[in-house]
Design a protein around this ligand. Sequence first.
Ligand code: CP
Length: 319
Amino acid sequence: MLNPQLNKNGELQHLLTIEGLPKAHILHILDTASSFVSIGDREVKKVPLMRGKSVFNLFFENSTRTRTTFEIASKRLSADVINLNIAASSSSKGESLLDTIDNLSAMHADMFVVRHAQSGAPYLIAKHLNDTMQPHVHVVNAGDGRHAHPTQGLLDMYTIRHYKKDFSNLTVAIVGDILHSRVARSDIHALTTLGVPEVRAIGPRTLLPSGLEQMGVRVFTDINKGLKDVDVIIMLRLQNERMSGALLPSAQEFFKSYGLTTERLALAKPDAIVMHPGPMNRGVEIESAVADGTQAVILPQVTFGIAVRMAVMSILAGN
Ligand code: CP
């Protein structure tokens, strides 16, 4: 399977990654999300687009924002949502991932939303569903290892478009632990596909993966140079759970060299926005005054995430 997330007609069958996702699909998801944003302000926050469908949330890794907003999005689309408690499920007794999937499919699942510490786990499930002739069951990658977090990438693009209107004249800086970040990878693929002329990666050498330049990214190890005149700053969390070995002297040292402070924010354009996918470590990658300041759009990102996830699920469900 060359692009297992598209069917033979080029339609979205699963959402596994932004890499290779055509620009038209990304824009269609963002435009569909626009039509869902105002549902949150209505008295009845529901549309019947997935009535009778069953969405299974399978979070093998911790989550606050993604799991909850997928649940809210499912409910707003009128789907039945089942949150599998992984710790209390048979996977803790040694059942394989695909056996769990087969059993949930036997319960007539229509969609699996999957977060997993292993890169590629959602691909494995999507391939298994295709191989076992279940093309009507869809998989959404809610974050796999350090590989991809496509709905975070899409909600980040929605947020940027909301505040900046146009991608074609922007400079976007992604700062911090890029090496371990699935969000950074999804954002870079989305930004370059949408035609952002300058994407910058800023971080210490030990947290910058090789091959960034080949992805069209300008690399900076000096944050003061990297933040100069940018329109958008995307801060990343230090992903200690994925680090092997000592890649940094200490969190305090990291903050001193790469933390986003009020002084450093002043290097960006005066109307620059500050984003963060969360969870946020105050005083490690970002100063509280910046996180809570007027340029931060971190909480609107979370709210837009509901509409973006509604858009992804409703498109996959055939609407
Ligand atoms: N951004 C993000 O994925 O947050 P959670 O880990 O809380 O889902």
